[in-house]
Design a protein. Sequence first.
Length: 158
Amino acid sequence: MLVELPGHGQAPMIEAKVEVWAAAFQAALRQLWAAQPITLVGESLGGVIALHMEVERRILLDPPMEPTPAVAHEIRYGNVAPWLQPLITSDDWSLLDSQDQRVEAVCASNGILPQAARDRLSAHPNVDYGEIAGGHVLLDDNPQAVLQLIQKRSPGRD
């Protein structure tokens, strides 16, 4: 199932808070698949939203864990809606630190995270880290690699 974030594409806008979006998605997932294990793939901001959710497996694709020079550039030139700016300029490392279950984080070879943030993700004790070829929108740039990632089980998982 592919979900558009509120305010993106045809999805209506709801309160612009990651926690609110995560709660709405959590309720929908549990209603649709109450008794089934869920693998949640969150791309970009969707990866940050996934950190707020309770599911059996979370895969974060090129998650913007901290403000990046690319985001600052886009905001400076008016390419980011004002309501979206606080969501993509937050520092989400403390959220990752507080996780009680491992997450998978996969950065794009030409993604938005600076090398220092990639290094921090790869060394994080709660993260199974990897990289795949592509740009920031991995579902478009390299869908086959994303599918292979979803189909395999991570180290330490059944």
